[in-house]
Each structure stands twice: as C-alpha cells, then as structure tokens.
Design a protein around this ligand. Structure first.
Ligand code: C5P
Length: 303
C-alpha cells in the first residue's frame, strides 16, 4: 500500500481588512480579522519518483502543476528542513474558488506544510512551521490555524479572536478572478501618495464577534480593498447592493475579491439569498456555509 497523508483546509473571509500605506518592501501594513469558513480543499501527499502536483474537483484545469503553485514551494521547504528528497505527489481536491479573495492558494500551501511534516514524520515544531508559512505568503499562517484571528504586519502576525456561536455566510463567486497585487496597487493609486492612515480594527467589531451578534457584525464589516475591486469590476457593486436588498445583514468583498460575502441571520435566510442570487444571473455560483471553523488538519493517513 502506498504511504499517503490527507489534510483538509478551509477558505477564509476577512470580516475587517484595514490597509495602511505601501511600505518600502512593497507590502502594506494590515489590521485584519480573518474568519475561516467551511469551504474546504483536501490536499493528499503520497509516494512518487519526483515532485508532482495534480488537481481534482471543479477547478482542476486552473490549478498550477509546477513550481508556481505555493504547495510546491511548501513541499520543498519541509523536505529541506528534514533532509528528505521531495519525491512526492501532491493531489489538490479543490472546492475553494481560485483567485477569489478566499486564500485558496495559501490554504493549499498550509495544508501541504502539515501533510509533508506528517508524511516524513518530521515532527517540526509548530512555531517553525508557522515561520515557514509566513515565508510562503501573508495568508498562509492563518490558514494553518483557522478559527478567527487578528492579523497585523502583512497579516501574518496572528492573535486569536474570541467568538461565540457560528455565523452564517453566503458567498457569490465568479469564474474570472482578480489579481491581489493589482488590487493593492489600485488602492494605492486611488488614495494617492500622501495617504498616511494607520489601520486599526474597531473594538465594537471585536465585541460583536465575542457576543455572536450577527446584526452588529453585519453593520461593521469593512474592507479597504473593496473600492478598488468594485471600481475594477462595477458588477460587484451591484451584487453587493442586491444582497443587502435581499435581506443580508452585511455585504463585503472577500479579501482582494472578486468573491462577494454576505452575512445572514440564519440558515433559512441563507437559503433564500442563495436562491435569489442564483436567479439574478449576475454571479457564476453561490455557496452557503458558516464560520469560524478549524484550520488545516490531517484527516487521514495510510502507510
Ligand atoms: O503575501 P502574498 O504573496 O499572498 O501577497 C500577494 C500580493 O499582495 C503581494 O505581492 C503584494 O502585492 C500584495 N500584498 C500587500 N500587502 C500585504 C499582503 C499582500 O501589498 N500585507
């Protein structure tokens, strides 16, 4: 029997995304609150003669199968750390939409770090895996942990955020993605060189999360990248408005977009919104889920 390890990893939405000015590094200082949501990819690492990647699921033809996939780099990092050759196959069974602002690529990288550590019995300490995650991308450390967390720095310096109960989300997704780097750049252009704001998460938002108060959280959702995303693709503005007209408690672009995230009161409001958005013809797909959920975790191993 071939040896294999499967890790399940969720997507995310930023319930608050405050973006500071562009730093010399090219990155922006963030103050963000991530929430992991129940749309999952499954990453399976198994024996192979060399490092290879393949996709499964509805987005298979859009998954990079070479070193441009963050999962490839993640496997190389773990192999180097434990003195192994990265002779493994990485199979990515994808449900998190691609280039959608839900950190799907980062999630796969986080899952690969954890899968490779288990596959090679490396026992790499968690803080070292987190450090590797941060070198791969700003969202990768959060995808390792999941739940709900405050992210500062590039979004990679995390502290847990208390939440109560479960929040219901509806996500409107689009086949055509947006480039994260371009949305940050457009945000800079729209703000101008003199912009100096320091991002800060409002305490009211943290207390709405702690109380499990969905109506309050809905009112406080905020994303500094939203204007650039909506200006790049005006249809997104219409989708957000429609969600509010149809009774959502709040509507926001997820991360750098184009996914539109709607916070709703309960299961039955979610189902109503899914049906109405699907009928609108403005979106390519609509998903209903909840958060927060756990981060990347091993779900099966065979040896
Ligand atoms: O870190 P990651 O590779 O996911 O970031 C993708 C792009 O998003 C970066 O190349 C950068 O242009 C932008 N970014 C940023 N500031 C951050 C995070 C990302 O400008 N804090």
């Amino acid at each position: 029997m071939t040896k294999s390890v499967t890790v399940r990893v969720p997507g995310k939405v930023n319930v608050y995304l405050g973006v500071g000015p562009r730093e010399f590094s090219g990155y922006h200082d963030l103050a963000t609150v991530f929430q992991a949501v129940g749309i999952y990819d499954e990453v399976t690492v198994s024996d192979a003669d060399s490092l290879t990647i393949s996709g499964l699921g509805s987005f298979t033809d859009r998954i990079p199968t070479d070193e441009t996939n963050l999962a490839w780099k993640a496997a190389e990092l773990v192999a180097r750390a434990c003195g192994e050759e990265p002779n493994i196959h990485i199979q990515i069974d994808k449900s998190i939409p691609i280039a959608a602002g839900m950190a799907g690529g980062s999630a796969d990288a986080a899952a690969t770090l954890i899968a490779c550590d288990a596959y090679w019995n490396a026992g790499i300490p968690r803080d070292q895996l987190d450090a590797m995650a941060a070198t791969l991308g700003s969202d990768v450390p959060f995808m390792m942990h999941g739940g709900c967390a405050l992210g500062i720095g590039r979004g990679d310096v995390l502290s847990p955020v208390m939440t109560r109960g479960s929040f219901h989300w509806v996500f409107a997704t689009f086949d055509e993605g947006l480039s994260t780097a371009q949305i940050y750049e457009k945000t800079d252009d729209m703000r101008g060189l003199e912009f100096e704001g320091e991002p800060e998460v409002p305490t009211e938002l943290l207390s709405a999360l702690a109380r499990g108060d969905a109506p309050a959280l809905g009112r406080l959702l905020h994303n500094d990248l939203q204007l650039a995303a909506v200006t790049s693709r005006p249809q997104l503005g219409r989708v957000l408005e429609q969600g509010i007209d149809l009774g959502a408690l709040g509507a926001i672009i997820s991360g750098s977009g184009p996914t539109c995230a709607f916070l709703v009161r309960d299961e039955s409001s979610a189902i109503d919104l899914v049906v109405a958005l699907k009928a609108s013809g403005l979106v390519d797909d609509v998903l209903h889920t909840h958060g927060p959920v756990h981060g990347a975790r091993v779900i099966s191993t065979s040896r």
